[in-house]
Design a protein around this ligand. Structure first.
Ligand SMILES: [Zn+2]
Length: 305
């Protein structure tokens, strides 16, 4: 048995992962002590104590969190809503404080690991899981193992100066916007759910949410159709480059936009038209694990030898 935790800015989900292959069970949810290291350690110790009755005292724990961990130093270098934890060697310090082996991974990485193991990528050797949600992220899993690159930055295809300045037919100017990462022209500025809304506003002046734009596209509404057509062009080109570069067999798509199967199918078609590999099989597919992917990915990580 292992413990798994999915840490968000507001809440921590706590789960039990049996070794016999049974599904992960979420057993608790508590507020995240995001601003105090001591309170954070105490909260984790309390969860393990309350739910660990009858379990080995050294049962491992794995954590999924929205932050970047440098795999060489083990230091949490960035975490937007978890300021009190930044700068700590999370896994090493928690292993000592909790008296059990602790592993930590980025939430997009845990999403990819979960989808590659028991979700939409299961059975495939190279799986690149992508998130089209509030932001854009991703994680790479090869042979069931997470690939964690230099400084913990892997799969961050949402960032890079890649947005085209003209798109669509007839062509329309696309502004190169400043991104939260400090860059300009990142695909996250137009390819995320917020980005889709920004793009629609730029093209039409309408302030619609992403769900309404996708619904309008499916209903054949002209303005939404044009927005989605340009969205697919902007997002499929960097994705196709990525697919050619790393060769995934499957690309599970999560996040808010990933919950629209027709949108994922349209993006799949657009990407497959641009890549070198010729395949009739779907490449981009909707993720299957929903909001539980982080917890399940942490469970997979905790149980790995
Ligand atoms: Zn960026």
């Amino acid at each position: 048995m292992a413990f798994c935790v999915d840490i968000g800015g507001s809440f921590m989900k706590f789960g039990l992962a049996p070794r016999n292959g049974e599904a992960v069970r979420q057993v608790d949810q508590v507020p995240t002590p995001a601003h105090s290291w001591a309170d954070f350690v105490a909260a984790l110790a309390d969860l393990c104590a309350r739910h660990g009755a009858g379990q080995p005292a050294d049962a491992p724990l794995a954590i999924s969190m929205a932050g970047i961990v440098d795999p060489d130093s083990g230091i949490l270098t960035a975490a937007s809503n978890l300021g009190g934890l930044v700068g700590h060697r999370l896994a090493a310090e928690l292993t000592v404080a909790l008296g059990r082996p602790v592993r930590v991974a980025n939430d997009a990485d845990c999403f990819a690991l979960a989808e590659a193991t028991v979700g939409a990528g299961r059975g495939h050797r190279v799986v690149f899981g992508i998130i089209l949600g509030t932001g854009i992220g991703g994680g790479l899993v090869v042979g069931g193992r997470l690939i964690s690159g230099a400084a913990g930055i892997t799969g961050e295809w949402g960032h890079g100066a890649i947005v085209k300045t003209m798109a669509g037919s007839p062509p329309v100017a696309i502004p190169r916007l400043e991104c939260g990462c400090g860059g300009v022209g990142c695909i996250e500025t137009f390819g995320s759910a917020r980005g889709l809304e920004r793009l629609h506003h730029h093209l039409t002046g309408q302030g619609l949410d992403s769900r309404s734009i996708v619904d309008g596209w499916q209903a054949g509404e002209a303005l939404s159709r044009r927005t989605i057509s340009i969205f697919l062009e902007l997002v499929s080109e960097p994705l196709a480059l990525l697919v050619n570069a790393i060769g995934p067999h499957r690309v599970p798509v999560g996040g808010g936009l990933g919950s629209s199967a027709p949108l994922v199918a349209a993006l799949d078609q657009a990407v497959r038209a641009l890549i070198l590999r010729q395949t009739e099989e779907p490449l981009l597919v909707p993720a299957e694990l929903g909001a539980n992917a982080g917890l399940i990915g942490a469970a997979v990580l905790a149980l790995q030898p």
